[in-house]
Design a protein around this ligand. Structure first.
Ligand code: PNS
Length: 167
């Protein structure tokens, strides 16, 4: 049983993440999409909301499950019995941070390999941050995120607009 962990913030999941998940699911018997719970990093969506959006999308693939984790990634990966960590690599700009993280994780636990998967070219410019900015400014995001995420972003920003209209 070969298990891989695909960790990230997923705030929120995009079509680029889903593309990487599908590729990983073909290579491994089981893939855990692991949502990092970070008290210091306030996201748009709560950890529970991110997990729920992932369950509604990536969770549909038979050998994929979604979990949240606290603390060190390598400790979570070892506790689950994973042999690999998957990270998506979109462009050279991702490389420096990813390289540093992969080597640090190797230093912490040499038994876990980091594997980089490249999403479809159409998604190389995509990021959760940009999608949130476009949605906040009222732009169309249908081709960047799955429908449950589009709807959730619509609700978030409609609520934000209602609050700022009251102030
Ligand atoms: O989607 P992101 O924000 O690029 O994901 C980064 C993430 C969550 C994978 C990374 O910050 C992480 O692994 N956090 C857990 C804490 C940890 O193990 N830090 C040391 C990494 S070298």
């Amino acid at each position: 049983m070969r298990l891989a962990i695909y960790p990230g913030s997923f705030d929120p999941v995009t079509n680029g993440h889903l593309d990487v998940i599908k590729r990983a699911a073909k290579l491994f018997d089981r893939v855990i999409v692991a949502v990092a719970h970070n008290e210091q990093k306030q996201g748009l969506f709560s950890t529970e909301e991110r997990v729920s959006l992932l369950n509604a999308t990536a969770g549909q693939t038979a050998n994929v499950e979604v979990m949240e984790f606290n603390g060190l990634l390598v400790e979570f990966a070892a506790a689950q019995g994973a042999c690999a960590v998957i990270r998506g690599l979109r462009a050279i700009s991702d490389f420096e941070f990813e390289f540093q993280m992969a080597l640090m994780n190797r230093k912490l636990d040499a038994s876990i390999e980091t594997l980089f998967l490249m999403p479809k070219e159409d998604y190389t410019y995509l990021s959760s941050r940009i999608v949130k900015e476009i949605a906040r400014l009222g732009g169309g995001i249908e081709s960047f995120v799955p429908e449950p995420v589009r709807a959730a972003l619509g609700e978030k920003f409609a609520a934000e607009r209602r609050i700022s209209a009251k102030v």
